[in-house]
Design a binder for this molecule. Structure first.
Ligand code: HEM
Length: 231
């Protein structure tokens, strides 16, 4: 069913409302995501500028795989939230979706050994491990909902998943601010290992609930969005 037709059904919201960011918000997200991803891909170079991490010395293969695969997920994500692109080229949406899911899986697996040895110790390690667990769980549920053709739920879970991917952006913003404010790394880094993703996830939750005012009634009635996209 086309989104517009779905919107016309009483008690049901437009599924495309989830994941559709206003133009300026999308542009900002795409620019920040591309910037962080391109800079992070320096780990694939033979000589890496500014590595600055003990994991780079002791676990370079895992860190390199993590940086490259996570950068792919960060780069791909924003394009998946463009409703126009989804509608016009569903084959591209599916191909990018598979790329995103595989990239998250590889980036999560490779994050485990480096998270266990994060800078500053156990609090930071726990923050990164929890982020990784939430990241793979939300992405797995999003993929499973797509395979079940439950497109509205698929979009909600992908918003949550990408909000966690965007922790790569918020972490670097907060870290830069912390350093600029002169806060010691031993204080700022453990806090940021949690702050980079928990508020993102809360904001995503607020976004998916506010984007679909009819969500509750749709849930209560057990309604599912059947979309031609995955049929
Ligand atoms: C969302 C789940 C993620 C987890 C759990 C995670 C985990 C980690 C951990 C534990 C480290 C090592 C930190 C340390 O040694 O103290 C790290 C470093 C790094 N991560 Fe991630 N990360 C995630 C997402 C991303 C994303 C989406 C990117 C995309 C650019 C990324 C790029 C990097 C890079 C480039 C480094 C090396 C540090 C730097 O140069 O800034 N990570 N990550």
């Amino acid at each position: 069913m086309p989104d517009n037709a779905a919107a016309a059904r009483p008690g049901h919201a437009r599924p495309s409302a989830v994941g559709a960011l206003p133009g300026a918000g999308w542009l900002l997200l795409a620019v920040l995501a591309t910037g962080v991803a391109v800079w992070s891909m320096r780990y694939g170079l033979p000589v890496v500028p500014q590595p600055n991490l003990s994991n780079f010395v002791t676990r370079r293969p895992a860190l390199t795989v993590h940086a490259l695969s996570a950068s792919i997920a960060l780069l791909v994500g924003p394009w998946q939230f463009l409703p126009g692109l989804r509608a016009r080229c569903i084959a591209l949406h599916r191909a990018l979706g598979r790329t995103y899911a595989v990239a998250v899986l590889v980036a999560w697996l490779s994050s485990i050994p480096i998270a266990l040895h994060a800078e500053t110790g156990a609090v930071a390690s726990a923050g990164f491990l929890a982020l990784g667990a939430a990241w793979i769980a939300t992405t797995a549920v999003a993929v499973e909902r797509a395979m079940q053709r439950d497109i509205a739920a698929h979009r909600r879970w992908m918003v949550r998943s990408y909000a966690l991917t965007a922790a790569a952006i918020t972490l670097r913003i907060y870290l830069g601010a912390g350093i600029a404010l002169g806060i010691p790394l031993t204080v700022v880094y453990p806090a940021i290992a949690w702050l980079c993703w928990v508020p993102n996830l809360l904001a995503a939750e607020w976004w998916v609930r506010r984007a679909v005012p009819g969500l509750q009634s749709a849930r209560r009635s057990g309604a599912r969005w059947q979309s031609p996209e995955l049929d």
